[in-house]
Design a protein around this ligand. Structure first.
Ligand code: NAD
Length: 502
């Protein structure tokens, strides 16, 4: 078995654990990183969703004791890390970014095999993670407060941000490298220590991040990873009173459960959860361009993005031309093995595949028309689900209201802009919302009145820049602290105001 872990910094060698499928008959193995040591017997198997016969990864199943050891290490290591000059903390992130760049092709291959996305999506994700580390690493040199005038003579006021201590990060499988990176980087550059609990389905990606940070020289205990089940390791982290805050991305049900635990002891908590993101297509939009925008948002990343488009409201003048173009787009997204150049990757798990198929089957049984795709899939040759386009359904149909997390889009007719805006805002979720229109006036009105944390005008609902705030409203997010960009630092720090009399 090849281990991803290494105790010897090897910045210019390729990561071990990058065996070709079937090579030597053993998959890469993830390990916990606790107090600077790679540990845990990798016994949990993960199969390649595009090739179910192929073992993609092995990982350890962490215990409550592993979580406790990681928090103990983090609490011990954090004060010395916080005492380092911020540029020195940032330098570790910058070195780790370079290591991700060097190892990009191998990390991307592991990512495709364990998660199922396309190779282009995976290499893009590795680059994103490296860029995120660079962005936050460079913040080590940035101002971290203001100098303000005082009404009292001889007094200067400054503001500063202080780290909180130890953060738990609990992350999902759909961006298994980028999400841990965009949570860990602002935490670390601000002087906190971190314990990451990655998703069970994608242990290799998180281990690659840990290995890059470890090899870049992060001190023992400052960045820890504990693999395993959410209700064991994740729950233990959330309940540990030494954890100053928790940043969680995942399902709404789990997020709200964890919030209850953190709120009870008034610890800081940030949740990014589900979505049911809508696009409004207006008569003045080019139908082909609108269909390409919707397809990219709905079928890119196999629809497995929290920001994916899954509802479309369309006005009568463009409706038929738009639907025709969308069906053509859908048929061009052929699912397959991401390492074989497929346009669309595999579905992450049998459970998710069953959820996708059930959503489409249910809608059809309730009277919807299925214009592209199927609900009758054979998973024996790979978890492949062709994009589905549903029309002629009630706005209250579950396929139009409930998160599916797959490449399924419900197209609903609306009479005009106002009705479309009301339909967009009718969801319990509010992560991203889009509009396709040539009207600057309506686009501006939509940007102001759409109930979503991110608004996209003539652009897919998925796809985010790393230097700007990200988060949602309603059941999509805690809607307090934002992730990404400079705003992310606020969650991981507290503000202090200092009066200096000289
Ligand atoms: P999930 O909630 O099942 O799991 C997310 C993480 O929480 C995993 O690491 C899991 O092990 C852990 N977990 C599960 N139960 C736990 C418990 N009782 N205590 C502590 N931790 C626990 O979600 P998932 O299936 O991995 O991801 C899909 C979901 O994530 C979708 O609902 C999607 O919308 C959401 N998501 C949201 C965003 C966003 O930014 N808003 C991004 C990606 C995914």
């Amino acid at each position: 078995m090849t281990s991803l872990a290494s105790d010897t910094p090897a910045p210019d060698t390729l990561a071990p654990g990058t065996l070709a499928p079937g090579d030597a008959g053993t998959p890469p193995a993830a390990r916990h990183l606790i107090d600077g040591t790679w540990t845990g017997e990798p016994t949990t198997e993960r199969r390649n969703p595009a090739r179910p016969a192929e073992l993609a990864a092995l990982s350890p199943s962490g215990t409550v004791e592993d979580a406790d050891a990681a928090v103990t290490a983090a609490a011990r290591a954090q004060p010395a890390w916080a005492a380092l000059p911020a540029p020195s903390r940032g330098a570790v992130l910058l070195r780790a970014a370079s290591l991700l760049d060097i190892r990009s092709l191998d990390i991307a291959s592991d990512l495709v095999r364990e998660e199922g996305k396309t190779f282009a999506e995976a290499t893009g994700e590795v680059k994103r993670a490296a860029d995120v580390l660079r962005f936050f690493g460079s913040l080590g040199w940035a101002p971290s407060g203001d100098v303000l005038p005082s009404a009292t003579p001889g007094t200067t006021i400054t503001t500063r941000r202080e780290p909180l201590g130890v953060f738990a990060l609990i992350t999902p499988w759909n961006f298994p490298l980028a999400i841990p990176a965009w949570k860990a980087a602002p935490a670390l550059v601000s002087g906190n220590a971190v314990v990451l609990k990655p998703a069970e389905l994608t242990p290799l990606s998180a281990t690659h991040l840990a290995r890059a940070l470890h090899d870049a020289g992060v001190p023992a205990g400052v960045f820890n990873v504990v693999h395993g089940k959410g209700r064991v390791v994740g729950e233990a982290l959330a309940r540990d009173e030494r954890i100053a805050g928790l940043s969680f991305t995942g399902s709404t049900a789990v997020g709200l459960h964890l919030k209850g635990i953190l709120d009870a002891r008034r610890a800081r908590v940030q949740l990014e959860m589900g979505g049911k993101n809508a696009v409004l297509v207006l008569d003045d939009a080019d139908p082909g361009a609108a269909a390409a925008v919707v397809a990219a948002g709905a079928f890119g990343l196999t629809g497995q993005a929290c920001t994916a488009t899954s509802r479309v409201y369309v006005t009568p003048g463009v409706r038929d031309a738009f639907v025709e173009a969308l069906v053509l787009e859908a048929r061009a997204y052929t699912p397959g093995d991401g390492l074989d150049g497929a346009r669309m990757g595999a579905v992450v798990s049998e459970a998710q595949l069953a959820q996708d198929a059930a959503a489409v089957r249910g809608a059809v049984e309730r009277g919807a028309t299925l214009l592209a795709g199927t609900h009758d899939v054979d998973a024996s040759q790979g978890l492949l689900f062709p994009p589905a386009v549903l029309t002629q359904m009630s706005p209250d149909d579950p396929a139009a209201t409930d998160e599916i997390f797959g490449p399924v889009v419900a197209v609903l007719d609306v009479p005009d802009y106002e009705a479309g805006l009301a339909a967009v805002n009718s969801s319990r979720y509010g992560l991203t919302a889009g509009i396709c229109t040539d009207s600057l006036a309506l686009a501006t009105d939509f940007a102001a009145r759409a109930q979503a944390g991110v608004v996209k005008i003539n652009r897919p609902t998925s796809g985010l820049d790393l230097n700007v705030p990200f988060g949602g409203v309603k059941d999509s997010s805690t809607n307090t602290f934002r992730e990404q960009g400079r705003a992310a630092v606020e969650f991981y720090t507290w503000g202090k105001t200092v009066y200096l009399g000289v």
